[in-house]
Design a protein around this ligand. Structure first.
Ligand SMILES: Nc1ncnc2c1ncn2[C@@H]1O[C@H](COP(=O)(O)OP(=O)(O)OP(=O)(O)O)[C@@H](O)[C@H]1O
Ligand code: SF4
Ligand SMILES: [Mg+2]
Length: 331
């Protein structure tokens, strides 16, 4: 939270619907969370749980076939969910930026890296050409690109995967956003480059007060980087709370399953192993709790009633009819 008590981002009831052969499907269902200034929120969940769709919905980057609704989306206290696309456009990049899962498809292959960054700087910060070029070199330096003056003249294909990912971060930072969504920015990278990028994000948070949503499969990364964790399952929020609390004593059985899939006492990076069973597929959304077919604790009410998100302690919520005890794992 900032001194004034206003969050960098507040999302209430975000829902994304797809209409298909199986009828309406809620890809993201009633997602609510807050992100404080300078806070890093880890968004975790299995493949297909809706992490990317939720964040693209916030950026208004979904195809028109997906219908987005929300009770509120506030950027620094300003309600933006009712803005028209033309009113929202100047905020994209400038107030809220995104680093995408695949940097190669979001960098222009025929434009020099430095020009791509400078163009964003010019458009969003209204700087002159010379100043924008100097700023693009400075941004490349800040994201740890060696010899940035020379590298600014390179094309994306001349960069390694790690360098392209850094360049993508530099493009996102070029418009000086206050909120950054980073969608698995390190998944394809080797461990050394991954560690450098995580350090860079922490540094940007410390220096600029950047608030970050960091999407990942990797709880090892969450434990290094994030302040809080939000766990998604089949488009719904299962649990959200301080990293320390959720990792030490998960209250939701799915969150507990994710934690148990991590190598014990290991800080090493590893993709999450799946919990027994599969997440529901298209047209197969179970009634009641979406996790009940896989949940070892499922009871009758779980099959008929969807559990609401309820407070489990200070700044901690879980959506489960039978939450695990806080003493879990203590024995
Ligand atoms: N344009 C679309 N139309 C219909 N369904 C879509 C569309 N885009 C994504 N989906 C579906 O929405 C669900 C959530 O996808 P999403 O990409 O958000 O998952 P994710 O959590 O980011 O997964 P991953 O970890 O693999 O990146 C998936 O079932 C996906 O097939
Ligand atoms: S509501 Fe029931 S099925 Fe769902 S996670 Fe909790 S115990 Fe398991
Ligand atoms: Mg994704």
């Amino acid at each position: 939270m900032s001194a004034a008590g206003v969050d960098a981002l507040e999302v209430a009831g975000l829902t994304v619907r797809a209409d298909g052969a199986f009828g309406e499907r809620r890809i993201v269902d009633d997602l609510s969370f807050r992100l404080g200034h300078g806070e890093i929120l880890g968004l975790v969940g299995e493949s297909g749980s809706g992490k990317t769709v939720a964040c693209r919905a916030l950026m208004r980057l979904l195809p028109p076939s997906l219908a987005v609704s929300a009770n509120a989306i506030r950027l620094h206290g300003r309600e933006i969910s009712g803005l028209g696309d033309a009113e929202f456009a100047p905020l994209r990049g400038r107030e809220i930026g995104m680093v995408f899962q695949n940097p190669a498809s979001h960098l222009d292959p025929v434009m020099r890296i430095g020009e791509q960054i400078a163009e964003t700087v010019r458009l969003t910060r209204r700087l002159g050409r010379r100043e924008a070029e100097a700023e693009s070199v400075e941004l490349l330096r800040q994201v740890g690109i060696p010899d940035p003056v020379r590298r600014a003249r390179a094309f994306p294909h001349e960069f390694s995967g790690g360098m392209r990912q850094r360049a993508m971060i530099a493009v996102a930072l070029a418009s000086d956003p206050n909120v950054l969504i980073a969608d698995e920015p390190t998944t394809a990278l080797d461990v050394t480059v991954q560690a450098q990028i995580l350090r860079l994000l922490l540094d940007l948070r410390d220096r600029r007060g950047l608030a970050i949503i960091f999407i990942t499969h990797d709880l090892g990364v969450v434990s290094q980087l994030c302040d809080r964790i939000a766990v998604l399952y089949a488009g719904r929020l299962c649990e959200i709370g301080a990293k320390r609390d959720v990792l030490a004593t998960p209250r939701h059985p799915y969150a507990a399953g994710l934690v148990d899939c991590q190598p014990a006492h290991s800080a090493g990076a590893r993709r999450l192993r799946t919990i027994e069973g599969q997440p529901p597929g298209v047209g197969e959304m179970p009634p009641g709790c979406r996790f009940h077919p896989r949940c070892p604790n499922a009871a009758g009410d779980c099959r008929s009633h969807q559990p609401p998100l309820v407070a489990m302690g200070p700044q901690r919520w879980a959506a489960c009819h039978h939450p695990l005890g806080s003493a879990r794992g203590a024995a």
